[in-house]
Design a protein around this ligand. Structure first.
Ligand code: FES
Length: 122
């Protein structure tokens, strides 16, 4: 596996993402604080460019002690929304929000000396 430097941390704005292509390999890198997450830009549903979709706060249902709904609220967690058919994936795990057997293919990303490195598949 080749590891390459794809930029400095300051180039990845907090809460934002970038889609990069190295040779034929396309992937998205997401920044949450000082944490980075990266996924191959191919949706497990039908191959769409999932990393080019919007990133939105997750909506959670608030349950009372009687387990009845008290309404909806935005969570701290965020989802990546595939632009083709709207499937949503948890940004931090890559798992589909409704069916965890579907997940984005993770890309190994790491930070060293404020530089971002990615391992490319062989
Ligand atoms: S290809 Fe991503 S939701 Fe269908």
């Amino acid at each position: 596996m080749n590891e390459i430097m794809v930029g400095e941390l300051r180039e990845f704005k907090e809460g934002d993402y970038r889609v990069l292509k190295v040779e034929d390999f396309e992937f998205g890198i997401y920044r949450q604080g000082d944490r980075l997450f990266a996924y191959e830009n191919q949706c497990p549903h039908d191959g769409g460019p999932v990393c080019q979709g919007k990133v939105i706060p997750r909506v959670e249902e608030v349950l009372g002690p009687d387990q009845k709904s008290r309404g909806l609220r935005f969570s701290e967690r965020r989802n990546i929304v595939c632009p083709w058919h709207g499937w949503e994936f948890d940004l931090e795990s890559g798992r589909h929000c409704g069916d965890p057997k579907y997940r984005l293919r993770p890309v190994n990303v790491r930070l060293e000396d404020n530089r971002v490195y990615v391992k490319l598949p062989a």
